[in-house]
Ligand binder design. Sequence first.
Ligand SMILES: [Zn+2]
Ligand SMILES: [Zn+2]
Length: 358
Amino acid sequence: MGRLKDIILNFDLGVGSKDKWIIFGLFGAYFLAGYVVEGTTRLFWMHWLSAYVIAMIIFFVGKRYYEEKGYKNVLSFMFPKEIWSHSSTINDCIIAVINSFLARLLYIVMSVGPIAAAGAAGYFVADYLNLTQTEAAPTWGVIIAFTLITMLASDFCYYWAHRLAHTFPVWWEFHKTHHSAEVMTPITLLRYHPLDDLIYSVFRHVGSSVAAGVFLFMYPSIEGATTILSTNIFVFAFNLLGSNLRHSHIWLSYGPYLSYILISPAMHHIHHSEAEKHWDRNFGAIFSVWDWMFGTIYVPKEREDVVFGIGEPSEGYDTVPKLYIGPFIRAYSLMKTPNAYRIGLANKPGKQTEDNST
Ligand SMILES: [Zn+2]
Ligand SMILES: [Zn+2]
């Protein structure tokens, strides 16, 4: 049994330098055909473009970079070879392809039930509270409120799902797949364990569906949120603010004030940091107000040199099978210990001691 486990976990795709380019090619083709043309994802081409235009501005405005590298090296600043050819990035690409297939097949089926149930729950709550119902067509103000509130509800539920992923040791084992990236590119967005992401998706959809159910009760003729390319217009606008740089080596802060409202890419770098002082901070996706309200915000005052990872030896997380199967094995062993159901922040590896509930 032990030997079989070793064989599975150490299974290597045997990626040589030539094969890497073939994998990149295949990945690129699939990628271009899917995510890049869909406005609903953060990996939509306009969001990549805006992120890298911002990166270019950072290069030329932030003296530190061009003085160090020279004007001509803007491309190597934006797409450094050592990051894009790193084994962590290759794993991200392979996982991204697998997860995109799974996401399309699995999530649609599995999240339909909770969405419908949550929508109905919101509707019945509104009915129970005797909220006023109007047959009149909703005004622009109502439609904007609907767009904003459904986004806020989804983001609020995401915050709590993400916080719980860091709080429950068993769930953390699955969330570690995302956090084990040693270097980051926008593709790291898709480096996650399917089970981890499935729960987030359900939480998120439940949040927006409850809010939608309430609105639907009050304004039965409301057709939906204001969208652009089938995406909530506020989410779309947020993604144009360089949100792809949150998974990159490029530091972008929103400053001392806006960072208390919106999560900046720099704040997500902090979330991915190995350093203990950064653990369990900045759980938000769009709004940082939840982190602010519930005491988990960390707004960096100045640029910090962040090392990405989970502070564990990378051997446990360096092949694709380990990233998919490893969590089940570790979660199974964990479930046999009293630590499995301990609730509390900072349940990170290396901190599995008496002090981790503080
Ligand atoms: Zn996390
Ligand atoms: Zn991340």
